[in-house]
Design a protein. Structure first.
Length: 215
């Protein structure tokens, strides 16, 4: 089992006013739970682990939109840095898929593919799926079973976050950045009804904000 950083249930995090948070979100957030710098440091190490394991064969990095886009971009930058600074390097191409399973703060039972590249291009490839957060595990299990129909050579999953929740199906990604408490998290591209993607740090959403941005 790969290592990851555990954020405990009683993690107090940091006061908002010791970091930079957009003015328009100040009322909606209690505390910063994972500062942007820590996300970057952990991502750098994930890049190293992935390159070590996936070897020198062409990797197709598949970004799960929209929530995965920041993590995807930063992870790939670190993989690129490894590629251009060592004797070994791994060719990297990118693909995108758009899935939707959430309404307000609830995971719905249906996971819909609502756009992205043609999956048949993944046949025979080493695929690295890049996701923001695994909660119940349904989204990833659905995507993995969909992908298997196209017969990739190898599939690995990296998720920046995994939630500790009784709603989990038991699914665990191959690489995990942080294991987090069972709260609704936003920032660093994780959204609540499309808001909070424009926040650098990962924060816990307040109950008041859930009402304010409800659809
Ligand atoms: P799962 O299918 O329950 O594992 O949910 C995975 C998807 O739900 C993720 O890809 C996210 O898009 C979304 N999600 C789950 N928990 C959160 C959260 O705390 N904040 C924002 N999005 C979340
Ligand atoms: Mg997602």
């Amino acid at each position: 089992m790969a290592s990851y950083l555990q954020i405990p249930d009683d993690e107090k995090g940091y006061e908002l006013d010791v970091f930079c948070v957009p003015k328009h979100y100040e009322e909606d957030l209690d505390r910063v739970i994972i500062p942007h710098g820590l996300i970057m440091d952990r991502t750098e190490r994930l890049a190293r682990d992935i390159v070590r394991d996936m070897g020198t064969h062409h990797i197709v990095a598949l970004c799960v939109l929209k929530g995965g886009y920041k993590f995807f971009a930063d992870l790939l930058d670190y993989i690129k840095a490894l590629n251009q600074n060592s004797d070994k390097s791994v060719p990297l191409t990118v693909d995108f898929i758009r899935l939707k399973s959430y309404c307000n703060d609830q995971s719905t039972n249906s996971v819909k593919v609502i756009g992205g590249d043609e999956l048949s291009t993944l046949t025979g490839k080493n695929v690295l799926i890049v996701e923001d957060i695994v909660e119940t595990g349904k989204t990833m299990e659905t995507l993995l079973s969909l992908l298997s129909e196209y017969k990739p050579k190898m599939v690995k999953v990296v998720s920046l976050l995994v939630k500790r929740t009784p709603r989990s199906s038991g699914y665990r990604p191959d690489y995990i950045g942080f294991e987090v408490p069972d709260s609704f998290l936003v920032g660093y591209a994780l959204d609540y009804n499309e808001y909070f993607r424009d926040l650098s740090h990962i924060c816990i959403l307040t109950e008041g904000a859930k009402e304010k941005y409800k659809v």
